[in-house]
Design a protein around this ligand. Structure first.
Ligand code: FE2
Length: 424
């Protein structure tokens, strides 16, 4: 394998340009004026931003791209109607269709520089086809992208006697993380049991925890407090992620303050999903209309690791999306009022290092000895990358360029100076 030298890279948190020498799939040397072997491939980053691959810690690859195929569309736009539609659709799902759709989205992710993905697999489907398909896919795409699979009880664990058995079977099949859905259970008591069982299983079988939790506008949905308690008592916070937590938007401020303190104490990871939650929650508000975005700014200010998930890509919950985490960050900037200068930097962390932390990834980041996974943007600063929704000109996996994108070329023909290759 020939060496790869990337010259004039603008790395994050530095003001100068660096060269990166990659050998046998790993970062060998990072510095300035680095010389490579005469036959090395050379890419000139030209001062553009070079960073580790984007990580999406929350998507449902078993449901992607079905929006156009559904015979019944989501008319109310609510989470609950989407779950019903998904339940009907699941009957028609085949392994071929699921894997074809998921594979197509993985190509979209790669083009968008996303090389780390955590997907949920609905494990209340009695065939467990979703879990089986996504575990197979994880193996099939491992040279391109690192995939984690979560066993996700979409319909709750205690709403059907079969669901706990299916969850246990999915763990036996080899999922990376155990999921729950306490706000879907019939009662508060069952919701608490849901969270406790997830921790019992994750602890017993040495898996990560990632629970869909409090994904509702109902301020009485208070299951994150149970997660915080279990995380603190079992010392499992850094291996735990709370996904959505949209009810927190509507909590009484004193309660939210106490809760956020306990989440920080537990060292839990939090995942906001701005696409779905901007449209699904608080739909019965009338006006003024609250939004289903968790308290990203308050949690970040108190040192909690917060990251961003894509969640849905063209499914019954959310019919838009193209696998771009920059688009998700752009949306959260507006919905979460994260437009302060340091908050824009944090947004970039939320789709890279923070997500990697949530996913408990090792071997991530531009560092000598790490796998040479990186992306080169068509812009020099994080602000411009988010503002312009920049293309990744190069996506590199283990030292190999796996995707190249030619950014749009614009010639302003009406201008006196004829601005050729005009940039925004
Ligand atoms: Fe989700």
């Amino acid at each position: 394998m020939t060496q790869l030298l990337i010259k004039n890279a603008k790395l994050r948190n530095t003001n100068r340009q660096s060269d990166l020498l990659i050998d046998r799939g790993k970062f060998q040397k990072i510095g300035t004026g680095i010389k490579a072997a005469p036959d090395a491939q050379v890419i000139d980053a030209d001062g553009n931003l070079v960073c580790p691959p984007i990580a999406d810690p929350h998507v449902h690859l078993d449901a992607v791209l079905v929006a156009g195929l559904l015979t019944r569309k989501n008319q109310t736009g609510t989470l609950l109607e989407a779950i019903d539609i998904w339940g009907e659709w699941r009957e028609h799902l085949t392994k071929d269709l699921l894997k074809t759709n998921a594979r197509k989205v993985i190509d979209w992710y790669i083009a968008n520089g996303v090389l780390r993905v955590r997907t949920h697999a609905d494990c209340t489907d009695p065939t467990l086809l979703t879990v089986e398909s996504l575990l197979e896919l994880k193996e099939e795409v491992k040279d391109l992208i690192d995939l984690q699979v979560v066993a996700f009880p979409q319909n709750g664990i205690f709403t059907d006697p079969m669901n706990e058995k299916l969850l246990r079977k999915a763990i036996d099949m080899g999922v990376d993380a155990v999921g729950g859905a306490p706000h879907i259970e019939y009662t508060r008591e069952d919701g608490v049991k849901d969270v406790e069982l997830v921790y019992d299983l994750a602890e017993k079988y040495d898996r990560l925890v990632d629970i869909h939790i409090d994904e509702t506008g109902d301020p009485h949905s208070r299951f994150v407090e149970v997660m915080a308690k279990e995380s603190i008592n079992r010392g499992m916070g850094e291996r735990s992620a709370a996904s959505h937590t949209t009810a927190m938007h509507n909590y009484d401020n004193d309660y939210a303050y106490k809760l956020i303190g306990n989440i920080a104490k537990a060292k839990m990871n939090m995942i906001a999903n701005p696409f779905d939650n901007a449209v699904l929650q608080n739909r019965r508000d009338g006006y003024p209309r609250r939004r289903g975005i968790t308290r990203v700014d308050e949690m970040s200010e108190r040192g909690i690791n917060v990251c961003i998930g894509h969640d849905s890509i063209m499914d019954p919950w959310y019919s838009m999306g193209k696998g771009s985490m920059l688009q998700a960050a752009f949306l959260l900037l507006h919905m979460g009022q994260l437009n302060g200068a340091s908050q824009i930097q944090q947004l970039f962390d939320m789709i890279t290092t923070n997500s990697a932390k949530t996913m408990c990834l090792s071997d991530y980041g531009i560092k000598e000895g790490n796998s040479a996974d990186l992306i080169i943007y068509d812009a020099q600063t994080e602000e411009d990358v988010i503002r312009l929704q920049s293309e990744c000109t190069h996506v590199i996996r283990k030292g190999r360029v796996i995707c190249k994108t030619q950014p749009a070329k614009r010639d302003l023909l009406y201008s006196e100076n004829k601005w050729v290759d005009f940039k925004l």
